[in-house]
Design a protein around this ligand. Structure first.
Ligand code: NAD
Length: 257
């Protein structure tokens, strides 16, 4: 790991209080960045700061709901005022309620789209003027669920498909203004979001093991380096790319072994 890779750079990570976002937050800190962690509540991020006091000077904690366009724009602008620049935006906040199409309520559909798609758009729109100034870039959290579908995740699958093509849209529109945009598409990652399902469905962990060529669910720390790579100068010619970090899930055609 290069501890100076992001020295002097400012990064915003949404959904930094838990799971994958917390691991991405930490990885950027360890690679030298000043990182704004943003989430619905400050408490988990405060606890993280207490546990990682050596990195404390590089951390700024903000509370906002990404699905509130005014709130997210205000927090992004405020962060730039405080830290002087914005070099990387990581759109990671997301939710994943279950249900197939026929039994998905209007309310559930809108809730998922509000966070996973509207929130992605609002944060991106607010960050772009700053990123154009800094010649920075965006890394979005997509999912293998946006490449192939899960059983019984209609709204989530649709939202992650939108994340993938929005990534490409921004990549195409802003390349000439010096801003790259890429996404990481993780497979199953052991975070509170997935743990809930493992706790309530007997045999699910073993079933995941059988459906992932690497034979196990990832831990968040295995996925976070894909984000710092895409955000770094090492990826200077990578734009509009969806980087799967899925243990081979999307390489497998689904035929039984
Ligand atoms: P998580 O529930 O552990 O963490 C999500 C974080 O986002 C939480 O801290 C939550 O408070 C925050 N958040 C939710 N709604 C928000 C909002 N409106 N505004 C601001 N913050 C909000 O989940 P996770 O598994 O770490 O998921 C993070 C991302 O990774 C999501 O986009 C998810 O779709 C994606 N992902 C997860 C997996 C997996 O298996 N866990 C796989 C592929 C993709």
């Amino acid at each position: 790991m290069d501890q100076n890779r992001f020295l002097g750079k400012t990064v915003i990570v949404t959904g930094a209080g838990s799971g994958l976002g917390a691991a991405v937050f930490k990885r950027f800190l360890l690679e030298g960045a000043n990182v704004v962690g943003l989430d619905l509540s400050a408490e988990p991020m405060e606890r993280f700061r207490e546990r990682n006091s050596v990195l404390s000077a590089q951390m700024t904690l903000k509370v906002a709901d990404v699905s509130d366009p005014d709130a997210i724009a205000a927090v992004i602008n405020e962060s730039v005022e405080e830290l002087g620049t914005l070099d990387v935006l990581v759109n990671n906040a997301g939710i994943a309620p279950t249900g197939p199409a026929a039994t998905t309520s209007n309310e559930l559909w809108r809730t998922v789209m509000k966070v996973n798609v509207d929130g992605l758009f609002y944060a991106t729109r607010a960050a772009l003027p700053h990123l154009i100034r800094s010649q920075g870039n965006i890394v979005n959290t997509a999912s293998v669920s946006g490449i192939g579908a899960d059983y019984s995740y209609a709204a989530y699958d649709a939202s992650k498909g939108a994340v993938i093509n929005f990534t490409r849209s921004v990549a195409v529109d802003y390349a000439q203004r010096g801003v790259r945009c890429n996404a990481v598409a993780p497979g199953p990652v052991l975070t509170p979001l997935l743990q809930k399902n493992l706790d309530t469905t007997a045999g699910l962990k073993e079933a995941f093991g059988r459906s992932i060529p690497l034979g196990r669910i990832a831990v968040p720390e295995e996925i976070a380096p894909a984000f710092t790579f895409l955000a770094s100068a090492d990826a200077s010619y990578i734009n509009g790319h969806i980087l799967t970090a899925d243990g081979g899930v999307t390489a497998w055609n689904g035929q039984p072994n």
